[in-house]
Design a protein around this ligand. Structure first.
Ligand code: ZN
Length: 314
């Protein structure tokens, strides 16, 4: 029998691609009111930033990260990708958001499983949603962004992926990863992870046999990471996934968490990340996101990187 510790409790982070670091920071900090919690480099390509946004401390389930490759041409959302990212906001805040976003982008509203959903895109075309929920935990006075607590984003609500066919993905999600199918409407299937009190515990799958394959570029999602509690649980996931024949990476140290990666059907890239050690491992909570943080093996490149990377203000 599977213990609670060995369930995936929710979304850990989502990583997407932007086409300008400065525009990315302006939109997510000022327009959406998220906190820039970490300014580091892409560990596989240190000449570009890796920017992390989240709540005041980067709680798993609130973390949206970007690889901003300057002037990266737009990609095309499609199968094998997360095709929309949804944040939760208080139901009473949706009117505020509709007006607030009107200066920055077009938006439209629909209803999904009984909740109103406001759709819009970021400056580089990334599909975003705000889901209005009643009974959300009140955002604390520690909210550091420009939004009033009554309006502020409290974390992810869900992510949506698009696939041509669900059968293999459904087997992976339910039989191997332990998600539960909790709702369905037309071609949208909603799967839930175990921690229903935490932000971001839904993964929606849209089944569209005719959808084209996604093309990575500006405004598309690179991968989604799910939460696991600790290193032992992560090793357990690694061996469990490998036993089903999946090709799973070794554990990679991402400094703020440790990660394994594997592909779901149609090349949908999944990661399982540990909750810890978290973002205060190399700077104090009050200073998060203020200065460029480098992993030890890139410190010797700091002068070169600081000169090449645009200075950003969060
Ligand atoms: Zn990741």
């Amino acid at each position: 029998m599977r213990s609670i510790a060995h369930n995936l409790s929710g979304i850990h982070h989502i990583t997407a691609i932007a086409s300008s670091a400065a525009e990315n920071v302006a939109f997510y900090s000022n327009t959406l009111g998220l906190r820039l919690i970490k300014k580091t480099v892409n560990f596989d390509d240190p000449h570009t930033y890796h920017l992390y946004f989240g709540d005041h401390i980067g709680t798993p389930g609130t973390i949206l990260t970007f690889f901003p490759w300057e002037n990266m041409p737009k990609g095309r959302p499609g199968t094998g990708m997360i095709t929309a990212i949804a944040f939760a906001v208080p139901l009473s805040a949706l009117d505020f958001w509709r007006k607030h976003l009107a200066d920055a982008c077009d938006s439209r509203t629909e209803e999904r499983f009984g909740d109103p959903v406001l759709h819009f895109t970021d400056p580089h075309g990334l599909p975003l949603e705000l889901v209005g929920l009643s009974g959300l935990p009140a955002t604390s006075g520690r909210q550091t962004g420009p939004m009033a607590p009554a309006h502020a984003i409290v974390g992810f609500h869900s992510a949506t992926a698009t696939q041509n066919d669900l059968s293999a993905t459904r087997t992976l999600l339910m039989d191997t990863m332990g998600l539960t199918l909790v709702d369905q409407s037309r071609n949208r299937y909603r799967f839930a992870m175990s921690d229903t009190q935490a932000p971001g515990h839904y993964l929606d799958m849209i089944v569209d046999p005719n959808a084209p394959a996604g093309q990575q570029g500006g405004g598309t999602v690179h991968h989604i990471a799910f939460r696991t509690q600790n290193d032992a649980a992560q090793r357990d996931w690694q061996s469990r996934l490998r036993k089903t024949g999946l090709s799973v990476t070794d554990v990679r140290d991402r400094h703020y968490f440790r990660s394994i990666y594997f592909h779901a059907p149609q090349q949908l890239l999944f990661e399982i990340a540990t909750d810890g050690p978290g973002f205060t491992v190399d700077e104090a909570e009050k200073d998060l996101g203020k200065s460029l943080k480098l992993p030890p093996h890139y410190e010797r490149m700091r002068p070169e990187l600081e000169e090449r990377l645009d200075p950003l203000t969060g």
